[in-house]
Design a protein around this ligand. Structure first.
Ligand SMILES: Cc1cc2nc3c(=O)[nH]c(=O)nc-3n(C[C@H](O)[C@H](O)[C@H](O)COP(=O)(O)OP(=O)(O)OC[C@H]3O[C@@H](n4cnc5c(N)ncnc54)[C@H](O)[C@@H]3O)c2cc1C
Length: 373
């Protein structure tokens, strides 16, 4: 008999959420992680992750987002913590930009609360911004952020509380069908289960071959604000800004000084996740500062901190969440393309369903393997 019902390979936010959900359901589950849980070499670190309901990427994400919001709130209650912070989100750009047009389409289709401000109104509401006259600003009151490291710690604690085992500092070398289940070879010995969820983030293609994924280097930067009072939570929103310099995003200051601002996709530079350059260059900083100096000059102070991070990107930027066609007891989850964190608790439900029942309660048809795109 297999030692576990389900093994989860990779304990970033996706694997941890799945492990916590499996354990909550009373499933005998083991999570295996190559590094320490909560490390900063993958995709899930860096203080904050944006969450929003009117989803510019596609309106069909909205039902999953509603469930994700409900589950983040539930987790905050159950774990007596505060992971979800509602600050409102301001999405700015020309009316035909992907962010503004896509957010409005999703918000209108799903009748979500939102306001559309012209540039002057937006600058009165959020005085840190300097916007050209032809920009508009869509404000969604439900937007905000999730505390990233705290979310991982909380999922791990929930998993342990409900009886899951966690094996850290163990590298999974292979995941193969066998013995009526799935065999997992690790640097600390072999272990088997009825089914396995592979949530190995940027390293997933080392364990599951043939997935259409690119890993890209990303940079997160924190700047010392020149006028810190403009960036405090309550006065400064989470934001997305589409301009000729690309799509930038940022968060209110959590320590009263450093404002986190970054460029979505950064240089879109494909990298090997084991050999990525972790040092931050002048070009990295300049790619963010160009938008700061033009649109948010009050944040254009000295660089306070910077970190690299990795996106794992599909060709259509939708996730991959599916059972392998030739080994249905192996479930693969690549929920990134730069926007997967906010979905972690609902993907935890989806992955637990796929691994234990073979199908999910939520509509995940966008995430099928082998789709066109
Ligand atoms: C800079 C940046 C900004 C982002 N902003 C947002 C945002 O605002 N909102 C949002 O919703 N999303 C955002 N995202 C995306 C989101 O963070 C990711 O979708 C999410 O963190 C992916 O988590 P993961 O668990 O799939 O991957 P990871 O966090 O990379 O976890 C994978 C884990 O698997 C482990 N692993 C890999 N191989 C093995 C092996 N062989 N054996 C054992 N363990 C292994 C790794 O060590 C790692 O811990 C952002 C991502 C980045 C990088």
């Amino acid at each position: 008999m297999p030692q576990y019902d389900i093994i989860v390979v990779g304990l970033g936010v996706t694997g941890l959420a799945a492990l916590a959900e499996l354990a909550r359901r009373g499933v005998r589950a083991l999570g295996i992680e190559r590094h320490a849980v909560g490390h900063d070499l993958g995709s899930s670190h860096g203080e904050t992750r944006m969450i929003r309901l009117g989803y510019f990427e596609h309106p069909s994400y909205v039902p999953l987002l509603r469930r994700a919001y409900a589950l983040w709130r539930e987790l905050d209650t159950v774990a007596n913590t505060r992971l979800l912070h509602i600050t409102g989100i301001a999405e700015m750009g020309r009316p035909d930009s992907d962010i503004v047009a896509g957010t409005l389409a999703a918000s209108r289709m799903h009748r979500l609360p939102h306001e559309v401000l012209d540039a002057a109104q937006a600058m009165r509401r959020f005085p840190a911004f300097r916007l050209p006259q032809d920009f508009v600003c869509v404000v969604q009151p439900d937007g905000g952020f999730v505390a990233a490291e705290a979310a991982m710690t909380t999922f791990a604690a929930q998993a342990r509380t409900h009886g899951a085992d966690i094996l850290s500092h163990a590298e999974v070398q292979s995941v193969k069908p066998g013995n009526g289940g799935v065999q997992v070879a690790t640097s600390r010995g072999d272990v088997d289960a009825k089914a396995v969820i592979v949530a190995a983030g940027p390293w997933v293609t080392q364990l599951v071959r043939g997935l259409p994924l690119r890993v890209t280097r990303q940079v997160m930067t924190w700047f010392e604000a020149r006028q810190p009072e403009l960036f405090v939570q309550g006065r400064f929103p989470v934001f997305l800004l589409a301009s000729r310099h690309g799509n930038h995003y940022g968060f209110p200051s959590l320590d009263g000084r450093g404002v986190k601002i970054a460029k979505h996709h950064h240089f879109d530079e494909a990298v090997d996740p084991d050999r990525v350059e972790r040092a931050i260059s002048a070009d990295d900083e300049a790619a963010v500062r160009i938008a700061l100096s033009e649109f948010i000059p009050a944040a254009d102070g000295p660089l306070a901190a910077a970190k690299t991070c990795l996106y794992t990107v599909t060709p259509d930027h939708d996730f991959i969440v599916d059972r392998l066609p030739d080994a249905p007891n192996i479930v693969v989850a690549s929920a990134c393309s730069g926007h997967g964190f906010k979905f972690a608790p609902v993907l935890g439900e989806v992955l637990a369903d796929l691994a234990t029942k073979g199908e999910a309660q939520h509509d995940i048809s966008r995430f099928r393997l082998g789709r066109a795109g």
